[in-house]
Design a protein around this ligand. Structure first.
Ligand code: HEM
Length: 502
């Protein structure tokens, strides 16, 4: 006999491939052993076949289809394994209130984990006071402060338009999402954080924007439990961006909004003023202020361009407002529009809400701090400490009993008798919640009024001064890359063209 086969086997096992295979097998065994079994009284448990990731792939491809199928099979409450997390979904709107009131469910604990991973904000975990104080600042996104923000926003829009867009007397062709990203990023950043005083302003905003989009593309990886070494340059992009927003660099920017001034004062109380983490807080706020507004804007223009009947009604509504307030469209930028006047544009608002109904896939998440019993009309469910609980609004938004032909974009869905429509029904009962793109309860988006009004302002400017046409008149799918976190981006960009009205 030649060499003993066991020796050869050992050599093979100790080669890099052999070790990798052994590690993979060990991981598989650990994952399989770690699969949980459903305890009596718990909701139906769906773990899929993939260890750790569970049903993430299926749900990420077709969230509504998969959730509706699971709802048919298991009812309105079930637990899914998604990317290493056990998440119990609540699909019955009559249970939302119970979730919101339960003191064993914490938004803070859920959000601390997200903020740490996405933006490297650590301090909330040890300093609850900081979180409360920053939360109080959100009132400066409403009332009189909102009026000031909107006045500044319109001026900043004017600058963006006068610098670039009014120069185009011939048709100019561009990609829709790229166009919205550029306009919304610059207008929002300058309105909230101000403008650089020295040096090249365009270069500053272009570099910041480019870094921001690189970071946003990696965000979902940062949120996963993938080991840091496998995340490529995600961490270095995050650091670069945080550095751009530290106290020292922010000091080079003039015209901070009230909300930023107050946030900075609070942050300087809780950190030393040179602390890197101050930049991380500003990055988080910047992300919240543009990440959902950009796709919302892009989708709204896309739908309006593909629905000429919507375009005609919206142009009419805007013209009518301008006539009734004595504003004539001159050659330059001359729009002055108050918040009250923006509020009166009910068709425009409906067109935006309809976009949010179709494209927002945010979940309202809570961390389960202690084992608890969740009552329902049919039966009670036991929920486990350490899991997550989620309300999943898209299931409402795509419910044909609430919204007829839910897959269709109907720009006037939220208008009734010339007023905002707020009555929607399910099983004959008037619904308290029918549209939840901005979350619910303590975690409800504090920037929602700014967001909707910003989109309205931009649409008023575009429809007042420009002719717009879609070039790629094709159906565009949603890219579920930000599934569970906000408004989804289009899966592909489309070409459109614009020209200043003669
Ligand atoms: C169409 C645009 C927007 C959408 C769809 C949107 C949606 C949301 C959602 C779903 C949440 C989280 C709710 C939760 O986790 O339960 C949120 C949180 C937040 N949003 Fe927005 N948002 C938008 C625009 C804005 C703007 C323009 C700002 C600010 C200037 C803003 C500031 C924030 C902040 C600071 C939070 C965190 C609140 C907290 O931690 O309690 N958002 N937003």
């Amino acid at each position: 006999m030649g060499r003993f086969p066991l020796e050869t086997l050992l050599q093979r096992l100790l080669s890099p491939w052999g070790l990798a295979l052994a590690a993979a097998l060990l991981l598989l065994v650990l994952c399989l052993r770690a699969r949980r079994t459903r305890r009596p009284g718990e909701p139906p448990l769906i773990q899929g076949w993939l260890p750790h990731f569970g049903v993430a792939l299926e749900v990420g491809k077709d969230p509504i289809g998969v959730m509706k199928t699971l709802q048919k099979q298991h009812g309105d409450t079930f637990t899914l394994l998604l990317g290493g997390k056990y998440i119990t979904f609540i699909l019955d709107p009559s249970q939302y209130q119970l979730v919101m009131k339960n003191h064993k469910l914490s938004f803070q604990q859920f959000s601390n984990d997200i903020l740490k991973k996405a933006f490297s904000i650590q301090k909330f975990i040890t300093d609850e006071g900081l979180s409360n104080e920053l939360h109080d600042c959100y009132q400066y996104l409403q009332g009189r402060s909102l009026d000031v923000l909107l006045e500044n926003m319109m001026q900043n829009l004017q600058q963006v338009f006068e610098a670039q867009l009014f120069k185009t007397t011939n048709w100019t062709m561009t990609h829709l999402l790229t166009f919205c990203s550029s306009v919304i990023f610059e207008t929002t950043f300058t309105t909230i954080f101000g403008k650089v005083v020295a040096g090249d302003r365009t270069k500053f905003i272009t570099e910041l924007r480019n870094d921001f989009f690189k970071f946003d593309a990696k965000l979902i990886h940062l949120l996963s439990d993938i080991p840091m070494d496998l995340l490529g340059n995600a961490k270095s992009i995050q650091k670069k961006l945080i550095k751009r927003l530290t106290s020292e660099n922010l000091a080079k920017i003039q015209g901070w909004s009230e909300v930023v001034q107050l946030r900075q004062a609070i942050l300087e109380k809780h950190y030393t003023s040179t602390d890197f983490e101050i930049g991380a807080h500003h990055l988080g706020f910047l992300w919240a202020s543009v990440a959902n507004t950009i796709p919302s804007m892009a989708w709204t223009i896309y739908y309006i361009l593909r629905h000429p009947e919507a375009m005609a009604v919206l142009r009419d509504e805007i013209d009518h407002l301008q006539e009734s307030t004595g504003q004539k469209r001159g050659s330059g930028f001359s729009i002055h529009i108050t918040r009250e006047q923006l509020d009166s544009l009910v068709y425009l608002e409906s067109a935006i809400l309809e976009t949010l109904r179709l494209c927002s896939f945010s979940s309202i998440m809570r961390f389960i701090q202690e084992d608890l019993t969740l009552p329902s009309e049919t039966r009670d469910y036991l929920l486990r400490k350490g899991d997550l609980l989620a309300i999943f609004p898209p299931i409402l938004h795509y419910d044909p009993e609430i919204f007829e032909a839910p897959e269709e974009y109907r720009f006037d869905r939220f208008v009734e008798n010339g007023k905002k429509k707020t009555t929607f029904f399910k099983r004959g009962k008037k619904l308290k919640y029918y549209l939840l793109p901005f979350g619910l309860g303590t975690s409800k988006c504090p920037g929602r009024f700014l967001a909707v009004n910003e989109i309205k302002q931009l649409l008023v400017v575009l429809l007042t001064y420009f002719d717009l046409e879609i070039i790629d008149d094709k159906p565009v799918q949603l890219d579920y890359g930000h599934f569970l976190f906000g408004v989804q981006y289009p899966a592909s960009d489309v070409l459109f063209r614009y020209k200043v009205k003669s």
